[in-house]
Design a protein around this ligand. Structure first.
Ligand SMILES: Nc1ncnc2c1ncn2[C@@H]1O[C@H](COP(=O)(O)OP(=O)(O)OP(=O)(O)O)[C@@H](O)[C@H]1O
Ligand SMILES: [Mg+2]
Length: 457
């Protein structure tokens, strides 16, 4: 017998009807025998019970059909296929049908929304993790899993402490769960390779709180760039202030009376001129760097390597002569490379200038050109001081100088190699260095060929 439908009330009402009929017969026909009366009441009782059973059977069948149809209707792309008999049942069926359709639409909408949210969270660069009130993980997105080295999907209920062993972060989550108020902090997470994060933790709505959700935004690179910017501003101010102080100092001394002494006066004016040139060099280098970094690169054009090197050697020749440095250029067949004429010449001038400046007295600077499979290679060798290996990775940074005092004394600001690196890379080439302390250094520039003229090696 199906649950929820009891035939008892129908039978009880049938028996009550029989009793009532019996009393009626007795009143109406007092002379008929007791047997007839009993027989009649038995028949009537049977009829009532049969009617009740038929009614029950039909009702329960319809209820079963209706339940089956409801279940069908809740499944996607299925429809109601049952029409019950009777007005009341039909009305009930139609209102159930309507409710079931509404439920189906709601379920489908919720499923779509949930899939959309999951897709958004997964594609976010920010790492997201949700926890329950006991700090057990209920959700992580791909970025968080990658950050913490977890594989997806995660096992449900992992304690957050097992994944992110970071006291400050866990304390933040606990605080949000306890107070139910959002918190935002910048944290360095040891669990995520000691990177810096802007962390935002918010309570998840519920009664009283259903948990918390944390969003971690990686700001390590932004912090690094901010540091570089600050260092750059500090360096520029420092580099400009030193010659400017000299200019104003000597000018004041001249005005205070040194002008009256021709020899001293002339010496001071020469110093002022040298400092003004130094300031001009710094500003020019800064402008070149800024154009290289942010400006649109000029269209590459074929350049004769021989011409470019000869021009550069001519430019530095007077300085080399003054310092007693020999300039040597090894023999080579001219090569055509792709780049920008003025900038390439500047690259060679900067490298040659360093090779002369940081050389020993009576030293040598040698330029060699070689053909490699995909590049033209220019080597600038010197017999100078050499560069300590710990400084090698940094010498291409702006304002970096191994020996600040010595470099400044020779008028250097530490921008030359930064310009070399940017210019060469903008032409699609690269620059590298090898050095031995006390023996000298070799700077190598690799440049892309203008045409396929590198085949004969
Ligand atoms: N050939 C070299 N031999 C030894 N040290 C070098 C050589 N070239 C560069 N360096 C080191 O690298 C530092 C950076 O070189 P860079 O050319 O950028 O600056 P600079 O020559 O000091 O100043 P600037 O080029 O702006 O006039 C130099 O200060 C020097 O310490
Ligand atoms: Mg230099």
């Amino acid at each position: 017998m199906p649950r929820g439908l009891a035939p008892i009330p129908s039978i009880v009402s049938g028996t009550a009807l029989t009793g009532f009929a019996l009393v009626l017969l007795k009143v109406m026909f007092p002379h008929v025998g007791m047997l007839m009366v009993l027989l009649a009441s038995l028949l009537m009782g049977l009829a009532a019970a049969t009617l009740a059973a038929i009614f029950y059977h039909s009702t329960s069948r319809q209820a079963r059909e209706m339940r089956r149809s409801m279940e069908t209707l809740l499944r996607p792309s299925q429809d109601w296929n049952f029409t019950p008999a009777g007005d009341e049942m039909a009305a009930l069926a139609s209102s159930l049908q309507l409710s079931a359709r509404q439920v189906r639409v709601m379920v489908e909408t919720t499923q779509r929304e949930s899939a959309r949210l999951e897709a958004i969270l997964s594609s976010m660069v920010e790492a997201v993790v949700a926890v329950d009130p006991l700090l057990r993980i209920t959700f992580v997105n791909r970025a968080f899993a990658e950050l913490m080295g977890m594989s997806l999907p995660i096992a449900p209920g992992i304690p957050l402490v097992q994944v992110a062993r970071d006291h400050a972060f866990l304390e933040m989550c606990t605080g949000v769960l306890a107070a139910g108020e959002q918190q935002q902090k910048r944290l360095v997470l040891a669990a995520a390779g000691a990177r810096s994060f802007e962390v935002q933790v918010a309570p998840l709505a519920g009664d009283p709180h259903r948990g918390a959700i944390a969003m971690l935004y990686d700001v390590t690179d932004i912090e690094r760039l901010e540091r570089i910017r600050k260092d750059f501003v500090a360096n520029v101010s420092h580099e400009l202030r030193t010659p400017l102080a000299a200019v104003s100092g000597y000018a004041e001394t001249l005005l205070e009376g040194a002008l009256e002494e021709p020899d001293t006066g002339r010496r001071f004016v020469e110093i002022i001129l040298a400092k003004a040139r130094q300031l001009n060099n710094i500003v020019t280098d800064l402008l070149i760097l800024s154009t290289l970094e942010s400006g649109k690169p000029p269209l590459p054009e074929p350049i004769s390597l021989r011409e470019s090197l000869e021009n550069a050697l001519r430019t530095v020749e007077p300085v080399a002569r003054t310092r007693g440095i020999r300039l040597v250029c090894g023999p080579f067949d001219d090569l055509s490379v792709l780049g920008h004429e003025v900038r390439l010449e500047q690259v060679f001038v900067n490298l040659l200038d360093n090779a002369i400046k940081f050389n020993r007295p009576d030293g040598e600077v040698r330029v060699d050109v070689a053909r490699a499979t995909e590049h033209a290679m220019v080597h600038v060798r010197d017999t100078g001081l050499g560069i300590p290996s710990r400084d090698l990775p940094r010498i291409f940074e702006r304002f970096y100088r191994v020996d600040k005092a010595r470099s400044r004394a020779t008028g250097g600001t530490g921008l030359g190699l930064a310009i070399v690196k940017h210019a060469v890379e903008q032409m699609g080439g690269s620059v590298s260095v090898e050095s031995r302390l006390g023996q000298g250094s070799v700077f190598t520039v690799a440049l892309p060929p203008a045409e396929n003229n590198l085949s004969a090696n």
